[in-house]
Design a protein around this ligand. Structure first.
Ligand SMILES: *Cc1c(COP(=O)(O)O)cnc(C)c1O
Length: 360
């Protein structure tokens, strides 16, 4: 069986085959500038400090904390999955006083509890789309009630897949990843910070590489007093790929792409329910791009465990789905339908393959 559905947009595959430009080539700098502009459009922000960081989504998370949180700063983190947990780890390493507000896996965060967890936090952080549970958290609600605090949102699995409107909502800091709904290989972290956040940066971040002051100067204008200053060698090929992926999304229309994710997710969730699976994420808070399911024991064929079913999907049908993580390992599936893979034909193919394997 050949490779199965890939979430890489065809325009991205083409960009990856273009001749390599030098990192100082004016043609590349033009592409870098356009990439920052396209990121502003998909994030829904006018912020000047919007750029692709050279690193995966977790580098975005690290930059989001290390530039805004110093020793003793109070940080409230909403935790209802693996990535909220990771935020606590990162904030703790910055020396923050971390106040965790937990919700059960599969449930959304309680916005009022998060907002009232500390009288005057420097920063409130939450994951928009929890990839470990398939739950959407209400970032707009958190932003509306943030008061003096800075609001930080992890948009790794939301950007390009569900609505993200940072300026309209009042989000100060956000990061994403390229390999989820943007349909680009892993390797960059789209990042943005509002002017309000940029004024409240820590003076000497405990990271040289992720220091936003230097990074913002690097993606600054080509000439003038604030002209671009070398910081590190940009991963040229990946930026060309992101440029193409954002181009594909914007050519299709951001709203149209989001609607495509919504329809595919709805069809997938309906089909899985008909096959006998149980949707894990709370109703009304389910992500279309990442569906989580559990199953009654009798659903799996005798002699085949859940990992066996996933192996057959991969080897016989070329379809890869994710297993559960944390305490849900072996008891849950996480099915991504995002980026270029969010197509009705892929939903039909997966449901058909599962019906075959399960003998239904
Ligand atoms: C994937 C993911 C990350 C981490 O991104 P990497 O590219 O793996 O470093 C962070 N947050 C969320 C919500 C994710 O889904």
């Amino acid at each position: 069986m050949g490779p199965g559905p890939s979430n890489i947009y065809p325009e991205v595959a083409m960009a990856l085959q273009r001749p390599l430009l030098g990192h100082l080539d004016p043609d590349f700098l033009e592409i870098l500038d356009q990439t920052c502009e396209r990121l502003r459009t998909v994030f829904g922000t006018d912020s000047a400090a919007t750029l692709p960081l050279s690193g995966t989504g977790s580098a975005g998370m690290e930059a989001a904390f290390v530039n805004f949180v110093g020793p003793g700063d109070a940080v409230v983190v909403g935790v209802n999955g693996l990535f909220g947990e990771r935020m606590c780890d990162v904030a703790g390493r910055c020396g923050a006083e971390v106040v965790r507000v937990e919700a059960e896996w599969g449930q959304p965060l309680d916005i009022d509890r998060v907002l009232s967890a500390h009288p005057a936090p420097k920063l409130v952080a939450a994951v928009h789309a929890e990839t470990s549970t398939g739950v959407r958290n209400d970032i707009a609600g958190l932003a509306a009630g943030k008061g003096e605090a800075l609001l930080l949102a992890d948009c790794v699995t939301s950007l390009g897949g569900i609505e993200v409107r940072l300026d309209e909502w009042g989000v100060d800091i956000a990061y994403a990843g390229t390999q989820k709904c943007l349909g680009v290989p892993p390797g960059l972290a789209p990042f943005t910070a509002s002017p309000r956040a940029m004024e409240r940066r820590v003076e000497h971040p405990q990271s040289w590489y992720l220091d936003l002051g230097m990074l913002a100067a690097y993606t600054g204008p080509t000439s003038g007093p604030a002209a671009r200053r070398y910081h590190h060698t940009a991963p040229v090929t990946m930026i060309m790929a992101l440029h193409a992926g954002l181009g594909a999304v914007l050519d299709e229309g951001l709203e149209v792409a989001i609607d495509r994710h919504r329809k595919c997710g709805a069809a997938l969730q309906e089909g899985l329910t008909k096959l006998g699976f149980e949707l894990f994420a709370a109703d009304g808070h389910r992500l279309p791009e990442l569906t989580t399911v559990t199953w009654p024991e009798h659903l799996l064929p005798a002699g085949l465990d859940e990992a066996g079913v996933r192996r057959r999907l991969l080897h016989e049908y070329g379809i890869e789905i994710g297993g559960g993580v944390g305490e849900w390992a072996g008891r849950m599936w996480r099915i991504g339908c995002m980026g270029h893979t969010a197509r009705p034909r892929n939903v039909t193919m997966l449901l058909g393959a599962l019906a075959d394997i399960l003998g239904r």
